[in-house]
Ligand binder design. Structure first.
Ligand SMILES: Cc1cc2nc3c(=O)[nH]c(=O)nc-3n(C[C@H](O)[C@H](O)[C@H](O)COP(=O)(O)OP(=O)(O)OC[C@H]3O[C@@H](n4cnc5c(N)ncnc54)[C@H](O)[C@@H]3O)c2cc1C
Length: 427
């Protein structure tokens, strides 16, 4: 396994696929078991078995030369957010998005605890578990994803689900959409950036508009965007919103939601009241309370945790690392990037435990497919390289690209990319 080949990638969507081994080929060639060291050179605790935490646990065991890795995850199964908007249109089941931790345990020798971490002491490097235990480590890696803000007024997430953490909310929103009358009004809100998956709300809007044309004739989808403009992939999304789906989507930008009434199914905004039969209310996002309680979430107005991106160590506690959506970096909050951050972090810690220093010039890449209809997608890639002056990951000029338009081939490639990413993480 060439460590570098996973972290570097040329621009272009096929290169992005190659970053994982296209078609999930990685799963078939994965090693049988990484032996446990009798005297581990270091003990690492990983909190959160999602896209970032699972990948860092696996790659630390592969590259760390006998590092002991304990992964603590709240649930026995992970539900992928990626592809979960297809559950809303009936194209996927939620169970098809479930991933377990067997390979992590048997192939890579990760100690997996299904438990909840209640508190982290970033100085003593201890972790308090809901089951009552207190664990210590040489390094702690926090990868707990995101938490959601609330709203003023009578906000009931069951009446206005976000479905931005795949699970029961996804099922609920799918049921509400299926029950919506023809000629009805659905509302989808987009929070201020940074939020998880920048193209996600726009691609969900396109997907729903396409579905509504077929299943809910004469219906309307009002998209309320807290941002001044499309956050990403402007060309494709504006053509889709105002052209292809112009008869269904009504787009309003710079919309602030002041309060909500779930019983009246109404959002009170700076542009007036908006009422819908179905409201997909996606709140603003932040690192979970667990991270906030450590005092390490000081970026973006106290929402996310600043890190130095050579090793993803907290800028405030050097033996605590933060990867995935709860960290604040210049890269998008996305599953593909979470996987890349995990590899940079695993590589850096493996070097540190061997007495060296992190790679001084890491490169990461991000690939993204956006559903524009139920059978067509667009794509977007970006490559980031460490900028030693800014001490941040900077987009590599001329290495980022987007499709011109969308087609069915991209939709099929999206599935290949997804299988490869999930195999690289969970298999
Ligand atoms: C609808 C949608 C579509 C998306 N599509 C894409 C896409 O096409 N491409 C892409 O790259 N990204 C996509 N994303 C974004 C992607 O899902 C996230 O960026 C990614 O999951 C972030 O990984 P993470 O490990 O930080 O968080 P998560 O994957 O959310 O994992 C966090 C884990 O930590 C666990 N946890 C949290 N707190 C505790 C605790 N105290 N104790 C124990 N365990 C805990 C949680 O149970 C969870 O399993 C999409 C997101 C959404 C919502």
């Amino acid at each position: 396994m060439q460590r570098r080949s996973f972290m570097t990638a040329a621009a272009g969507r096929l290169a992005a696929l190659g970053a994982f081994g296209a078609g999930g080929a990685f799963a078939a060639t994965a090693p049988a078991a990484v032996p446990q060291a009798t005297a581990p050179k270091a003990r690492v605790i990983v909190i959160g078995g999602g896209m970032a935490g699972t990948a860092v646990a696996k790659y630390l065991r592969l590259w760390g030369n006998g590092v002991e890795v304990t992964l603590i995850e709240r649930y026995p199964k992970y539900v992928s957010n990626i592809m979960s908007s297809l559950v809303l249109t009936g194209q996927r089941t939620l169970s098809s998005l479930n991933y377990g931790y067997d390979a992590l345990k048997t192939r890579y020798g990760v100690k997996v605890l299904i438990d909840e971490v209640l508190a982290v002491d970033p100085v003593k490097l201890t972790v308090k578990l809901r089951s009552g235990g207190l664990l210590g480590a040489d390094r702690i890696i926090l990868a707990p994803g995101i938490a959601f803000d609330g709203f003023a007024g009578s906000y009931d997430p069951k009446a206005m689900p976000h479905a931005w953490q795949a699970g029961p909310q996804t099922t609920l929103l799918a049921q509400q959409l299926a029950a919506m009358p023809a000629g009805g009004v659905a509302v989808l809100t987009i929070p201020k950036a940074p939020y998880r998956c920048p193209p996600g709300p726009y691609e969900r809007a396109c997907l729903l508009a396409d579905w509504m044309k077929a299943k809910k004739p004469r219906s309307k989808l009002i998209v309320l965007d807290a941002n001044p403009d499309f956050v990403t992939e402007r060309d494709n999304f504006s053509q889709a919103f105002f052209g292809l789906h112009g008869s269904v989507i009504e787009y309003r930008n710079n919309v602030e939601i002041n309060s909500v009434s779930s019983s009246l199914m109404t959002l009170y905004t700076n542009g007036g009241a908006v009422t819908g039969n179905v409201i997909n209310l996606i709140p603003a996002q932040r690192a979970p309370a667990l991270v906030a309680a450590t005092g390490l979430a000081t970026a973006n107005g106290g929402r996310f945790a600043p890190v130095e991106v050579l090793s993803y160590a907290s800028t405030l506690a050097h033996r605590v690392h933060l990867i995935g959506d709860s960290s604040a970096t210049t890269q998008p909050k996305a599953g593909h990037i979470a996987n890349q951050e995990a590899k940079v972090c695993a590589d850096a810690l493996s070097r540190i435990f061997a007495g060296g220093k992190p790679d001084p010039a890491p490169v990461t890449n991000s690939a993204c497919y956006s559903t524009i209809t139920r059978s067509q997608a667009s794509w977007l890639t970006a490559v980031f390289r460490y900028d030693p002056v800014a001490k941040a990951m900077a987009p590599v000029a001329n290495a980022s690209a987007a499709s011109t338009g969308w087609d069915g081939d991209n939709f099929e490639e999206m599935d290949t990319w997804f299988k490869a990413l999930m195999a690289d993480t969970f298999a």
